[in-house]
Design a protein around this ligand. Sequence first.
Ligand SMILES: [Ca+2]
Ligand SMILES: [Ca+2]
Length: 418
Amino acid sequence: MSHIKPALALLAVAAATLTTLSPTPVHAAGTLSGAAPIVIGHRGASGYRPEHTLEAYSLAIAQGANYIEPDLVMTRDGELLARHEPMLARVNLDAAGNIALDSNGRPTINRTDTSTNAWQLPQYAARLTVKTLDGVRVGGWWAEDFTAAEIRSDIRAQERLRDLRTGNNAYNDQFVIPTLQEVINLAKAKSIELGRPIGVYPETKHPTFFAAHTQAGGLQRMEDRLLQTLHANYGNNALAPVYIQSFEVSNLQYMGALTNLRVVQLLSSGGRPYDFTVSGDTRTYADLATAAGLDFINDYAQGVGANTNLMIPLVGGRLGTPTTLVADAHAKGLEIHGWTFRAENFFLPNEFDSNSDPAALGNMTGQVQAFLALGMDGFFTDHPDIGVAAVVPEPATYALMLLGLAAVAGAAQRRRGG
Ligand SMILES: [Ca+2]
Ligand SMILES: [Ca+2]
């Protein structure tokens, strides 16, 4: 990524100049470009509405999110829909890996991984299936066993965290499962309406799993469908307000070679990419988060999306000592976006809890600012309103934003030229 180096040199000069003008340190000055950190509406404003619905994305935009994040699964006929998992609804399995039945002989739903009413529709009862997903037996109703028309006409979203975000259950069974194109249409329409760019940050879910689906069905592979859609809407343009993310590696390498759109390697706090498991590559996410791992990622991606624990590990439920990951990523010219910031006490490091009620909101602002102080370039949050308020750009930041945009444009021009 040698084309980034002149941009970094320019930014270093700009930062030094601005430091002399503005002695007050601003957290945003620590980002790679110097621009303010971006707020990504994680599955929409999913703290407030059932996730991955146009209503959740719209609210995220209204709350000031810069990007909205659709996770993508595929239907039987190859449509890309926004859903966190291929399971439209998930059921519990017994110890032997078969569907567990209650005393009435009925399956019981998993209460944190069921995001639609598919489990309540008698016409689809027979489609309940146990499959192996990334090496694990999982039971449920699967997006790839339905046509897009069936899902969109009959199936409606439900609150996934139905026992924690109980207020959101009032919105159950109302909202359609959107296509990727509908999510893009919303982002583009709102960009014009509000006069500010609202980007999309799609994630390919379970690429190895869906590659088997598309091969068996003679369908266009997920990555080709995604790039075709994105290029049709934004062009093949590094400056487009788009990031493509995945927990697997080989599908990002594939897409990175076919597009100038920005690619982000997700890094989990444990385990390894599933395509590595399949191919016998023994490297873990922890290995990918080292300097050598970041060099590897730098060959095909422009950024990493890191679990918060990789930046500031929890110690006894509280934030411990930061790692060097943010600085290490920046040293390679990689942006780093953190996930996932959620305001409920249940999710917050305990020093930010407001009380002992897991569902009550605590001090997410304090948590976010601890990570922004490291120079994190953006973050995924279920509560974009709180996230936006936690990012307080100061005047010097705007100057840096302009310089950052100029530097990125220059880098892109050199990339095209080279
Ligand atoms: Ca996601
Ligand atoms: Ca907590």
